[in-house]
Design a protein around this ligand. Structure first.
Ligand SMILES: NC(=O)c1ccc[n+]([C@@H]2O[C@H](COP(=O)([O-])OP(=O)(O)OC[C@H]3O[C@@H](n4cnc5c(N)ncnc54)[C@H](OP(=O)(O)O)[C@@H]3O)[C@@H](O)[C@H]2O)c1
Ligand SMILES: [Zn+2]
Length: 383
């Protein structure tokens, strides 16, 4: 089953806060925007919030418009979208209106949290244990298996931060309210840490409009214009590179990456992956290129597919992979994921390649697959 389309939806102050530190919920957007949010809920199969938001705001997360509910029913869907929450602890208050209003409810939790949640909630929700920790990719796979095609995520900070960092968000809808919270401890929409693309990975703006006194902007969390010229064959080879990454011997100190070199006529010339052949420092692109003679005439028109952006700096070898690719005479690279700042802050392999005239295409929809075997190196810790 395919994973659902994931829309992150939030309202923030001008200083990026989701709320203030006072009692009760800070009202950031107005009636007009709430109505838009209601319409998006009505178009969603499920709405997800973190347990922190349930505790702080006690939201009901309903479709408020009777007309929209009727429209859903007429389409053969339940009147209300499935309500989903995520909790590590399982400490959920059955008195929250989340559990007593609207349609079906689902809790994703840990094995430990499941017993607590079941005891507290009884029949009010279905409780799904995802193991020792909540793995977001597994959670989305499970929702996909339940027929959820469109998932709306309404916060809070920790949930939004993880989904964006893991490259699992397809779209961000942000309402910016004309006020400043000004409190250092107020929750921020996105917490500090490494994000796909790092500070250089600008999102693409899909549209922006005033709604009442808030400005609503929709973003695609990917770099601009980089999917130009990407074909179905490119996706096939890049997917293979991601599969190779998934098969790397795991490491706490290096990324797991796969790479494939493909000739212009579509024949595979070589493939490689991180730590291949027991070499603890060999990189995927390096391993693949090493299998070809340096003067192979097919390299000039070949494409290198790499799950991760080729590296720009290396301590363990004289040349980083971006330089090896340039020196091999390769003119095109397709990659899924920009290097996060985990090991080398500000690494810019794409910049090195571009400067040497190599055309680099990115396929952001495969970023999640490229990140998956590296999630322990980029996932924020949740206590
Ligand atoms: N302005 C807006 O649009 C908006 C929208 C929503 C929320 N908010 C604000 O955001 C604040 C709440 O944000 P928050 O960051 O505290 O809460 P949150 O993201 O809603 O929820 C965090 C909680 O979710 C669970 N969780 C999240 N990721 C997990 C993982 N990977 N594994 C296991 N459990 C996980 C944990 O629950 P357990 O503690 O049970 O383990 C964690 O404490 C509130 O102030 C609220 O008003 C604002
Ligand atoms: Zn490298």
């Amino acid at each position: 089953m395919p994973r659902p389309h994931v829309l992150l939806s939030a309202a923030v102050s001008l200083d990026g806060c989701l709320d203030d530190t006072g009692e009760g919920r800070l009202l950031l957007s107005g009636a007009e925007d709430f109505d838009r949010v209601d319409a998006i809920r009505a178009a969603s199969d499920a709405i997800l919030v973190g347990a922190g938001t349930l505790r702080a705001d006690r939201p009901r997360l309903l479709v408020n418009s009777q007309e929209r509910r009727a429209g859903r029913v007429a389409d053969g869907r339940p009147a209300y979208p499935l309500k989903v929450t995520v909790s590590g602890s399982g400490e959920l208050d059955p008195g929250d209106p989340f559990w007593t209003t609207g349609g079906e409810r689902l809790v994703y939790t840990t094995d430990r949290g499941a017993a607590v949640a079941r005891a507290r909630l009884g029949d009010a929700a279905r409780v799904v244990a995802l193991g020792a920790a909540v793995d977001w990719a597994a959670l989305l796979d499970d929702l996909g298996g339940r027929g959820v095609r469109r998932l709306m995520v309404e916060g809070g900070a920790r949930v939004h931060t993880q989904l964006l960092r893991l490259g699992l968000a397809d779209e961000l809808r942000l309402a910016v309210a004309p006020l400043v919270v000004g409190e250092p401890d107020a929750p921020r929409l996105f917490g500090p840490g490494a994000y796909p693309g790092g500070p250089r990975g600008r999102m693409r703006v899909l549209g922006s409009e005033p709604v009442g006194d808030v400005i609503v902007t929709r973003y695609a969390p990917t770099a601009p214009g980089t999917t130009d010229g990407v074909t179905a064959a490119d996706r096939h080879w890049l997917r293979l590179a991601c599969d190779l990454a998934a098969d790397c011997p795991p490491s706490e100190t290096a990324f797991s990456v796969g790479a494939v070199v493909v000739a212009a006529d579509g024949t595979e010339l070589a493939r490689g992956h991180s730590r291949e052949g027991g070499d603890p420092v060999v990189h995927a692109e390096e391993a693949a290129l090493a299998k070809l003679p340096g003067d192979d005439p097919r390299l000039a028109t070949a494409t290198v597919y790499s799950s991760l952006e080729p590296c720009a700096h290396r301590a363990s070898r004289p040349k980083p992979c971006a330089r090896l690719i340039v020196d091999a005479g390769v003119r095109r690279v397709v990659t899924a994921w920009r290097e996060p700042d985990t090991f080398v802050p500000g690494a810019d392999g794409i910049g090195v390649l571009a400067q040497a005239g190599v055309v680099v295409a990115e396929v952001p929809e495969l970023a999640a697959a490229a990140i998956l075997p590296n999630r322990h190196l980029v996932t924020p810790t949740v206590s």
